[in-house]
Ligand binder design. Sequence first.
Ligand code: FES
Length: 57
Amino acid sequence: MDPNETVCFCNDVTRGMIKDAIESGAKTLEEVQEATGAGNACGGCLDDVQAIIDELS
Ligand code: FES
């Protein structure tokens, strides 16, 4: 995976930032949203954020 790949374009959140949030203890979509800001605007990236959580946890 490319850690610099942008997942959430609204809030400029990359895969690496989501990975860091998971490694810091975020387990649910809500916790990752809270930690990174991903998915807090249009919501269009939420499926992708969830897919990364599924992949890494
Ligand atoms: S792309 Fe993530 S909230 Fe819009």
